[in-house]
Design a protein around this ligand. Structure first.
Ligand code: GAL
Length: 942
């Protein structure tokens, strides 16, 4: 009998090995599958019972000893179904009792669950779950086993879930608990899985995530591209592999290649290294951001195991203590903005296309650099800054070199170090310890951790004090970053003439879009750039201090775009910031044009800042500010010259013009020659709505989203800059309205709605395609008393992102106890003492007993019945039982299988409590194996 047993075990091992090896052989290329679709969501905590007593305490200490919604068999039948990215905070109403810093939005706790089925051919591959960001603290379980805790709302996590997975017709459960009461910032941070989720399937021997490092270095003759490829293996034997690397230029031509061998031991890593030389690649510049692709292919003999591609660019960066920043040797003043990541209507769950819209708006303003304050941006956004030619100051969230936090910093550097747009790392923002010895020691360790991964970029930190103390963090930095404190620029430079410096943050001035008056009672700030915060400066003063000092590398104005939370200077009912040069929707404020005049060099900028709708103010002076890059400007009112004067390149030009309805024009002049012209015109009352989509078509991938501007014009078609009608929207066709906004920091209208008021003439709706949608989308806007507007968007067919199919939940009975065999019929209702973990064994199907003399055994498990299966129509299915058997549930016999030959046993599940005890009494036949040979599931009766 023993011999038989050994043989059977060997056979099983052999079959397993074959399955594993075949799966590997057929695994091939990596698959990166979107896991955004088909999540189940529950807002709020899922309560569990306190863990008390022997049985539950014992279970609680086990690998899969999870509770409540973390358990694989949890009943989520009433949960909401949604797709990621998701921010639940933006769905909630404004509430004065919530935190002003977080924009008066409830955050709280939320749970997500997703079911996944994997083909048998995936067995033996390496499978990684990637969550790109979750706000804020999160815990992840796979099949009830806790596999990840992450206390960062901005960092992604790449979790090897291979060991916990089941294949074939079995269903895996991913559960994520999100604690968004945890805060990391003093701005709106959103709540939930607000970036993408992925499942990445690779060969057991593969290139690690973020494992290809390719960052070119200039040398005397040309360029060297040092390549490092980090390999990993979850295989059980050693593999000798090679990595082939090719560099492909912007035209698609391979311009360099090389190869390096590596030996990868089981469950270990290895690095393959090589250097490629390139003579004269096309440079990455702000005007022509040429990108090269670096492709690494991992091979074992003839077999291709894995491949990965990153983009890189050839450029040099330098921060000089006297001359500031240069890109490719060319002095380049940094015209930067700090931004947070939320947008109107969508909170922090910002579609990539909306990010692109935001970045392009900033480029229009003349911005050449972005500080993603104060945290890691989404990976897709850095691919955009590479492509659009924007420099990036890449900032870490926490100032802390302890292992947990250092891991967040090194994750950031590993992920982002190939991007040509990333010019510098920032290890902190405004830390009270910055001016102390402790601060210096902490900074030194963080800088060293960055350098170990990336020797090519300088490290800075945004300091708002402590620059002149005997020991301070600045001493550990390559570039000294100064927040505000423009008084310190000269002093620090004088005392430390060899230390490069930049502003990391400046300005913090207030304005409301489209407002040209101050009304403290209504929380309205004018747009004449005369409202600095007590710690900041006006846009013009901040830029002057930087522009006049060549040793200051540049500006990062606070902020490029408005953001929710941190409402300043007014709090409730104000719920978002007044700092932006652009409002929450991306509509320019006056500061946008002032900076355009400062920063845009390839054309003449001229912009009249107030509108020209001042009924009742006839004959009274109206302050007219003209933002222009021309040296002189002339104003004409209804064709008559009313003013002319010099334009200060920083302060711009301001005039008082007595109001008369009509057309006000500004003519930008140089030496009497007109260079450009702008006009504003008095309009009548609103007569008609206008919808202006940012683009005419959108990809039908379920991701692409288009912002649509809503405005009002008068009967003659002139824009009405003071219109404030409440507008209702409908979208027909295969697309969704995913959010609305109007840029008013005082508005409490819902972001997720089909209506929005115009604010100073403008509102925005965001429309997203449905996956696989066809035809076109028709948008309607209507408002009482106005002629309605209609716009058409075409859905453009594109290949859908490969994704993980959405599986349905299956209730399995797991964690079986097995009684010892006994000669006489066992009592199915016998009680096992709560502290007895050993007299009955433990098992999972298949639980096969070899022929044994004593014929009776009991098998026992706990069953959780889902609400959608607790209607008396579901059945409990033992797929294969050997021996005759009886099923008992909560002390009641529900059915039997008199025939001892292997076969299914199915009983109807009556309605009853959710938690039940199931006991199977099995009687074996002499000389024959017995037991539960296959899964036990709850199914709908057919
Ligand atoms: C700075 C800080 C920013 C923001 C800003 C508002 O001190 O770094 O995060 O709070 O002030 O002016």
């Amino acid at each position: 009998m023993n011999f038989l047993k050994i043989r059977a075990t060997r056979l099983l091992c052999l079959l397993w090995a074959l399955a594993t090896c075949c799966a590997q052989a057929s695994a091939g290329e990596r698959e990166r599958l979107s896991l955004d679709q088909g999540w189940l969501f529950h807002l709020g905590e899922v309560p569990t019972y306190p863990v008390k007593g022997h049985g539950s305490s014992y279970y609680n200490g086990k690998a899969d000893g999870s509770w409540g919604a973390a358990r694989a068999d949890f009943d989520d039948s009433g949960w909401r179904r949604l797709d990621l990215p998701h921010d639940w905070a933006v769905e909630s109403p404004f509430d004065p009792n919530e935190n002003a810093s977080q924009g008066y939005r409830h955050r709280g706790i939320g749970w997500y669950r997703r079911y996944v089925q994997l083909p048998v051919s995936d067995r033996g591959r390496h499978i990684e779950l990637q969550l790109d960001a979750v706000a804020t603290n999160s815990t992840v379980w796979v099949n009830g086993i806790v596999i990840n805790r992450n206390w960062s709302g901005y960092n992604g996590r790449n979790i090897d879930i291979t060991p916990y997975l089941r294949y074939g017709d079995e269903v895996n459960t991913i559960a994520v608990r999100v604690d968004a009461d945890a805060m990391e910032g003093w701005w709106y941070e959103g709540a939930g899985i607000y970036r993408h989720a992925w499942l990445v399937k690779r060969d057991a021997v593969h290139i690690a995530t973020d494992g290809l490092h390719a960052d070119p270095v200039r040398n005397a003759k040309g360029w060297t591209l040092p390549i490092e490829v980090a390999l990993e293996s979850s295989a059980s034997t050693t593999h000798r592999v090679s990595v082939d690397v090719s560099v492909i230029d912007p035209a698609g031509v391979e311009v360099a290649h090389g190869s390096a061998p590596a030996t990868v031991r089981p469950l270990a890593g290895a690095d393959a290294r090589l250097r490629l030389e390139l003579r004269a690649p096309r440079l990455w510049t702000l005007r022509d951001p040429s990108l090269y692709r670096v492709r690494a292919v991992l091979r074992e003999g003839d077999q291709r195991l894995d491949s990965v591609e990153v983009q890189t660019g050839f450029r040099t960066i330098r921060f000089d203590p006297d001359r500031g920043f240069s890109l490719n040797g060319e002095a380049t003043k940094i015209q930067g903005v700090c931004i947070h990541q939320d947008h109107a209507g969508v909170g922090v769950a910002v579609p990539e296309s909306i990010w692109e819209f935001r970045l392009k708006r900033l480029k229009e303003m003349g911005v050449n650099a972005i500080r993603f304050s104060h945290n890691a941006p989404a990976a897709e956004v850095l691919a955009m800054t590479d492509r659009l030619g924007l420099l990036v100051l890449d900032e870490n969230r926490h100032f802390n070199p302890s292992p947990d936090y250092l891991q967040q910093l090194t994750w950031l550097v590993r992920r982002d170090r190939n991007h040509p747009s990333v010019m510098m790392w920032s290890i902190f923002n405004e830390e009270p310890l910055q001016g102390t010895e402790v601060g210096y020691e902490m900074a030194r360790r963080m800088v060293s951790a960055v350098k170990a991964l990336d020797a090519s970029r300088p490290v800075t930190a945004a300091m708002h004090a402590g620059l002149f103390t005997p020991a301070n963090a600045a001493q550990a930095l390559d570039v000294v970053g100064v927040n505000y404190q423009s008084w310190a620029y000269d002093r620090y430079h004088k005392e430390h003439p060899t230390r490069p410096m930049t502003s990391t943050e400046d300005t913090s001035a207030y304005m409301s879009r489209g407002e040209f008056r101050n009304d403290p009672a209504a929380h309205v700030m004018d747009s004449y750039d005369d409202q600095p915060s007590s710690w900041g400066s006006t846009h013009r003063d901040a830029w002057r201090a930087i522009a006049e000092r060549p040793f200051i590398a540049g500006s990062f104005l606070w902020t490029g775009i408005d953001y929710r939370g941190e409402p300043s200077p007014y709090e409730w009912p104000s719920a978002s910031s007044f700092f932006g040069a652009i409002d929450l929707d991306g509509f320019p404020k006056a500061a946008f044009y002032i900076h355009q005049a400062h920063w845009v060099k390839d054309r003449t900028v001229v912009k009249i800042l107030p509108h020209w709708n001042w009924p009742g103010r006839e004959g009274q002076p109206i302050k007219v500010m003209v933002a222009s890059s021309a040296p002189r400007v002339r104003l004409l009112l209804n064709g008559q010259v009313v003013a002319e004067g010099k334009v200060d390149p920083i302060d711009m030009a301001s005039f008082d013009v007595p109001y008369a309805a009509g057309v006000l024009e500004a003519v930008a002049l140089r030496d009497g020659v007109e260079l450009a012209r702008d006009r504003v015109e008095t309009s009548g009352s609103p007569a008609r709505l206008v919808l202006t989509p940012d683009r005419g078509a959108l990809a039908n991938d379920g991701l692409d989203a288009v912002p649509v501007t809503v405005s009002a014009v008068d009967a003659q078609g002139r824009a009405v800059p003071v219109a404030n009608s409440l507008v209702r929207f409908t979208v027909e066709g295969e697309g969704n309205l995913i959010g609305v906004g109007n840029g008013d920091p005082n508005s409490h209208e819902a972001d997720k709605a089909s209506e929005r008021s115009l604010y100073n003439g403008l509102a925005q709706l965001i429309v997203q395609s449905r996956r696989g949608g066809t035809g076109s989308l028709t948008l309607h806007a209507s408002a009482p008393g106005l002629q309605e507007a209609r716009a058409e968007l075409t859905l453009r067919a594109v290949a859908a992102l490969p994704s993980v199919p959405v599986a349905q939940p299956v209730t399995y009975l797991q964690n079986w106890r097995i009684s010892p065999p006994q000669a006489t019929r066992a009592d199915p209702n016998v009680v096992v003492a709560g502290n007895d973990m050993n007299s009955w064994g433990w098992g999972e199907p298949p639980m096969r007993q070899e022929p044994e003399a004593a014929a009776f055994r009991l098998y026992r498990s706990e069953l959780s019945v889902r609400a959608d299966a607790n209607d008396g129509q579901a059945q409990l299915v033992f797929r294969n039982v050997a021996g005759s058997a009886e099923v008992w549930v909560d002390g009641v016999k529900l059915g039997e299988k008199p025939d001892p030959r292997p076969g299914p046993l199915t009983v109807k599940l009556p309605q009853g409590p959710a938690q039940r005890q199931v006991t199977l009494l099995v009687q074996s036949r002499p000389e024959e194996p017995s037991g539960i040979l296959d899964r036990i599931v709850v199914e709908r009766a057919h």
